[in-house]
Design a protein around this ligand. Structure first.
Ligand code: COA
Length: 177
């Protein structure tokens, strides 16, 4: 709780001070409504209760981003156990409200999850993205994600219904030995 604030201050900052004016806060029962409001504004998909339970259960892996005290973005993750016991991170959603894009807030949210994953020796982060979402695909590729799968008819009510699975494998070198 609250552990996120300032903890990624050393992450790559962008010009304009946008990321510096942004603080991160955990997702809890008390503020989960903020995440619901953001998702309604950002995504054409309705998320069910399980999504919100998973986000809260992921603890520090899910964060709301506040820009000058306004909630403008979020990353929501689910932690998944793989066979053999290793944990991987599934990014359920990452979004920043349109007027606040390009300020480094998306980068800050993603770097937060990278830092936390490295600390916990998590070696795989993955997500789904609609195949026509060129901006998001370019964004993730910049951070070392690669397309590992194409799933046809993944989405029910949006066009195109297809998605890519983007995966980032984090090398052992990312963690301090
Ligand atoms: C993808 C997204 C989260 C990026 O957030 P952001 O806060 O704008 O990201 P940043 O400011 O850290 O910018 C990172 C890069 O995104 C790209 N970008 C920035 N602003 C952009 C804009 N207004 N439009 C398109 N791409 C933009 C740039 O490549 C930028 O890197 P650069 O500044 O070094 O060139 C945001 O565009 C978004 O919410 N999109 C809609 C929701 C979505 O599609 N999410 C992904 C699927 S879950």
């Amino acid at each position: 709780m609250g552990a996120g604030d300032g903890e990624v201050a050393a992450s790559k900052e962008k010009g304009g001070g946008g990321a510096e004016r942004t603080s991160l806060d955990g997702v809890r029962d008390k503020n989960v409504m903020q995440l619901k409001k953001l998702n309604t504004a950002l995504f054409p998909v309705r998320y069910n209760d399980k999504y919100y339970q998973d986000a809260i259960a992921s603890k520090d892996f899910s964060k709301l981003a506040y820009y000058s005290d306004i909630c403008v973005g979020a990353i929501a993750c689910r932690l998944e156990k793989k066979e053999g016991g290793a944990v991987r991170v599934y990014i359920m959603t990452l979004g920043v409200l349109a007027p606040y894009r390009g300020l480094g807030i998306g980068t800050k949210l993603l770097n937060h999850v990278f830092d936390l994953s490295a600390k916990q020796n998590i070696s795989e982060i993955y997500l789904h993205v609609q195949t026509n979402n060129d901006d998001a695909i370019a964004f993730y590729k910049k951070f070392g994600f690669e397309i590992t799968q194409t799933i046809h008819n993944y989405y029910m009510n949006i066009t195109p219904p297809d998605c890519y699975v983007l995966t980032k494998f984090i090398g052992q070198a990312a963690t301090k030995k």
